[in-house]
Design a protein around this ligand. Structure first.
Ligand SMILES: Nc1nc2c(ncn2[C@@H]2O[C@H](COP(=O)(O)OP(=O)(O)OP(=O)(O)O)[C@@H](O)[C@H]2O)c(=O)[nH]1
Ligand SMILES: [Mg+2]
Length: 460
């Protein structure tokens, strides 16, 4: 096909409630497409969505109402012929679509058939948990009489009780040998590519368009992953470099601690929201009852020691670091470290890096203050949680309705390994944190560290 070819038109067809609209949501990465419900006959009209690459429309997908009564329709079609007449499929359908039945009793079915006739091919969606009943076979026979290539899509193949072998056999008997497995709630990572490749076999003339679509989707996936790693790296640098100075006067500490807790929680939440948005999900897409994401938020508090324990995070890095720096024994206050020495003392104790980070003008103001920083264990927890979320988002279809669930992390490196050097360096650069006053986020060195940390996050 040439560059200016018309978009390939696909009708998404099948029995009612098998996941046609869900498939469209996942293929278009649009959680708001159409209406999805466990009730049958949800979609009442044909609705289209277009996929473009570089502004050029390549594919149009049309959602259609579900077929309900194919047995009756096939009967009716068979009775449309005069004795001795031998109409082929499309001719018989044309006669049906002109008849009044197509506007009354079979109105929904007529919409589907018209759309398939107007398309280059059909995706026939199957609920693979269902036995192969006569009504499905009749349905396929009616659809096949449109004379368009049909690609069966086995949905619900993530369910334990699916009947894929039965369906494969039944479809082969009807002459349909190509099929794809594609669960729209938990699509396989290469699911879209396989689907479009199978289509290219059925529609050789559209191969060029389909290959462009595949290449574009791969590029987008890669770009998404890069952006996601950057978002997480920014979060971690922000938190590692974050410092609050606390007056040495008693009583003010507790307030400073709880303020910093809040600031870090909010910063994490910003990262969660940015990741959801990047992947085309909304916070409310994660609103059902399961942990750990409730309504787009983590159900477990970041500063609850239980949370650390659950994720198997090593605790205590902060104390060791404080002792090594010769700053005496730091106080651990719920995921934060309150430096033992007053700031001027800390510098005498060798924390020269810190002094440089602040700049001498600011430093003067901070004399007689102690400083509050975020513990390594909390950085580990932040990294683990965001990486878990990312993994879940990568595997989630845009038709998924339940809350985002993530598996226990296998991430040993982040649990107990050495923290990446970028974070250690960020510790000494308060101006790298957007959470600190006087932040200088565009500093080249900060950018480099964010970049380096993104690579680490992508590799692990
Ligand atoms: N677990 C799981 N559920 C799915 C999948 N696809 C669809 N569903 C659910 O199945 C139900 C029907 O999905 P829809 O997308 O509305 O089905 P439809 O074929 O468009 O239905 P009608 O428009 O009524 O013909 C919804 O509750 C979906 O959440 C799937 O692959 N896995
Ligand atoms: Mg629907």
């Amino acid at each position: 096909m040439t560059e200016s070819a018309k978009p390939l038109k696909l009708a998404v067809v099948g029995h009612t409630n098998v996941g046609k609209t869900s498939l469209l949501r996942t293929l278009t990465r649009d959680v708001g497409f159409g209406e999805v419900s466990h009730r049958p006959s949800t979609t009442r009209h044909v609705e289209g969505a277009r996929l473009s690459v570089d502004g050029e429309p390549l594919l149009e997908l049309y959602d259609t109402p579900g077929l309900e009564d194919a047995i009756a329709l096939l009967d009716y079609l068979e009775r449309l012929e005069q004795p001795g007449e031998r109409l082929d499929g499309p001719a018989r359908l044309a006669r049906f679509l002109d008849a009044s039945e197509a506007r009354q009793r079979f109105e929904q079915e007529a919409k589907v058939l018209r759309q398939l006739l107007a398309s280059d091919a059909g995706l026939y969606v199957i609920d693979a948990r269902e036995p192969v009943l006569a009504k499905y076979r009749d349905e396929l026979q009616v659809l096949a009489s449109c004379g368009k290539p049909l690609l069966p899509v086995l949905n619900f193949v993530s369910s334990a009780n699916h009947r894929e072998p039965d369906w494969r056999e039944a479809l082969a008997r009807l002459g349909l040998h190509a099929l794809v497995r594609f669960d729209s709630v938990a699509p396989p990572e290469d699911g879209e590519r396989r689907l479009y490749e199978s289509l290219a076999l059925l529609l050789e003339s559209a191969r060029g368009q389909l290959e462009r679509l595949i290449a574009d989707q791969q590029a987008q996936r890669h770009a998404r992953q890069q952006s996601a790693a950057r978002l997480i790296a920014e979060l971690l640098i922000d938190c590692a470099a974050c410092r609050r100075s606390v007056s040495t006067e008693a009583g003010e500490e507790q307030q400073a601690v709880s303020q910093l807790h809040t600031a870090i929680r909010q910063r994490e939440q910003r990262c969660v929201e940015a990741l959801l948005k990047l992947y085309g999900f909304r916070p409310q897409d994660a609103d059902a009852g399961d942990l750990p994401l409730l309504d787009g938020r983590w159900g477990d508090d970041l500063f609850n020691p239980e949370t650390l324990k659950q994720l198997g995070v090593r605790v205590g890095g902060g104390i060791a670091a404080g002792a090594a720096a010769g700053a005496g024994v730091d106080l651990l206050v719920g995921g934060l470290t309150l430096g033992a020495a007053a700031l001027a003392g800390a510098i005498a104790g060798g924390a020269l890096q810190t002094a440089r980070g602040y700049g001498s003008r600011l430093l003067g103001k901070l004399k007689g203050q102690r400083e509050l920083t975020i513990d390594d264990s909390v950085l580990r927890l932040l990294a683990l949680r965001q990486r878990q979320l990312l993994q879940a988002l990568n595997l989630r279809g845009h038709a998924a309705m339940d809350s985002i669930k993530v598996a226990a992390p296998q991430d040993k490196t982040w649990r107990e390994g050495k923290l990446p050097a970028a974070l250690t360096r960020a510790r000494a650069h308060p101006q790298w944190s957007s959470l600190n006053p006087g932040a200088r986020l565009s500093q080249a060195q900060r950018q480099e560290e964010v970049e380096a940390l993104s690579h680490v996050l992508n590799d692990l």
